[in-house]
Design a protein around this ligand. Structure first.
Ligand code: DLL
Length: 445
């Protein structure tokens, strides 16, 4: 899709200077930051000290960036097991922000930021938005959810620091989103790609053709999307869609972003050190080969992450980019190595659904999650078998159970889903691993 976007405006923001530093200088910077962060993690967090001791490695052993391979990995389970504050390396009076993301079971995971961490986050978001050609004078409709999710505030701080005008509309209330987009002359939209396709559809129903609006740039991330989805969005709305990647454990949005060549996402390597490994052998894969992305934070104080196993599958490219940035690129993320799925930007593990369902009396441990996409909006239906007693009972009992399950799922996932109660033995039994998830969303579409 190179060079096909008519409305693009290239510009340079001073904060983007580190995007272009020569590789040898970048490596020096990475080393000094890595040494500092490993020191901080070792002396400030019990789990890191224990893991490093088990591997017989001390902070002084990190003498080259390559020595990172001697450090232990960190997993999502470590955040869950140390819930809520066990991985914090700063005293609470230096922590100015907490965000929360899904864990694999009922308990969420908590991430922390000092004032300086928020500044780092803002800096990488400014650089990501600058990559996308966003500048002061732009009117940014921020439809990422505000709250515990990192999307809303992350994009907000970045866009504001860039000098753009931010409309902190958050997600939902689609008709109002379209009215504001039209009436305020919005030029940039930040949202999940699936929500934007919904906005396009609803806009058309309301007689609003986005191709005729000043809207120019889409900042899309928080869930996998494809080249065909990009083409669809570009054709239907006339905007230039950019991919932005990030995760709460590392900082939120702003870990990597596309430049105008749309050929991979530049990782802001001066703050996030990327490795790609074979998830089975844990060995690094060659440049350009597919594997699991592992990230180390080089500039975060409150909660340093050492070799975090993201479970996101990608490839890392060292080949220089024609845009001039020296930052390496990752291929867009299409899938994960675990069973987490993302619906309307919210991360969900089937194990969370199971825990919520089975805590309610009258259910059997046979369920299935069906995901569909209607008019660009993701829908989730949970089908669950109920005990013969409940099923043969009056309609009232089924309705009551349905209501309880919807409520239990909402409480656990933060998501309103459909529940369908079915007779015992309705859901297909599997001979091996149970197939809990049927994804009919056609991500490619
Ligand atoms: O989704 C942060 C974010 C907000 C990124 C807004 C971009 C825009 P979490 O809720 O912790 O954080 O979810 C992180 O979402 O490990 C990926 O599996 C997935 N993900 C995030 N961005 C992309 C993307 C935010 N551009 C998890 N493409 C990550 C594919 C993505 N998957």
């Amino acid at each position: 899709m190179i060079g096909t976007f008519e409305k693009s405006t290239a510009c340079f923001h001073p904060a983007s200077a580190p995007d272009y530093i020569p590789r040898p200088r970048l490596r020096e910077l990475q080393l000094s930051r890595l040494q500092a962060i490993v020191h901080r993690a070792y002396f400030g967090v019990e789990l890191y000290r224990r893991r490093m001791t088990e591997r017989d490695v001390r902070p002084d052993d990190i003498r080259d960036v390559g020595d990172i391979a001697r450090l232990p990995f960190t997993f999502k389970a470590d955040l869950r097991d140390t819930y809520p504050f066990g991985l914090f390396a700063s005293p609470m009076n230096e922590v100015v922000r907490l965000h929360v993301s899904s864990g694999t079971t009922g308990k969420p995971i908590v991430v922390a930021y000092t004032k300086e961490d928020v500044d780092v986050w803002t800096n990488v978001m400014v650089r990501a938005l600058a990559c996308f050609g966003v500048h002061s004078g732009d009117i940014v409709q921020n439809s990422y959810g505000y709250g515990l999710f990192t999307g809303g505030l992350g994009a907000h701080y970045g866009a504001e620091a860039l000098g753009a005008t931010v409309i902190p509309i958050s997600g939902g209330n689609t008709d109002r989103q379209i009215m504001i987009m039209k009436d305020f002359g919005v030029t940039v939209i930040c949202s999940t790609p699936s929500y934007f396709t919904h906005l396009i559809e609803r806009g058309r129903e309301m007689g609003v053709d986005m191709r005729k609006l000043p809207l120019r740039v889409g900042v899309f991330g928080a869930e996998p999307w494809s080249e065909s989805m990009r083409r669809h969005i570009a054709e239907e709305s006339g905007i230039e869609p950019f991919d932005i990647y990030g995760l709460s454990e590392i900082i939120g949005p702003g870990v990597a972003g596309e430049c105008s060549l749309h050929d991979g996402l530049h990782v802001f390597e001066d703050y996030f050190y990327p490795e790609v490994i074979d998830p089975a052998t844990e060995a690094p894969v060659p440049d350009g080969a597919e594997g699991e992305l592992v990230l180390t934070t080089l500039g975060k104080s409150a909660m340093p992450m050492i070799r975090y196993r993201t479970r996101d599958i990608t490839a890392l490219w060292s080949e220089p980019c024609p845009c001039g940035r020296t930052l390496r690129r990752i291929r867009r993320i299409g899938r994960r190595s675990d069973d987490m799925f993302i619906i309307r930007g919210i991360n969900v593990f089937p194990s969370q659904v199971e825990a919520a369902l089975l805590a309610v009396e009258g259910t059997l441990p046979h369920y299935q999650i069906v995901l569909t996409r209607e008019k660009g909006l993701d829908e989730m239906e949970v089908q669950i078998e109920v005990t013969p007693e409940v099923f043969s009972d009056k309609v009232g009992a089924l309705e009551e159970l349905n209501r309880k399950l919807v409520h239990a799922l909402d409480r656990t996932l933060g998501l309103r889903v459909h529940v369908r109660l079915v007779e015992p033995h309705t859901i297909a039994r599997s001979e091996g691993k149970a197939k809990r998830l049927i994804d009919r969303r056609n991500i490619e579409g």
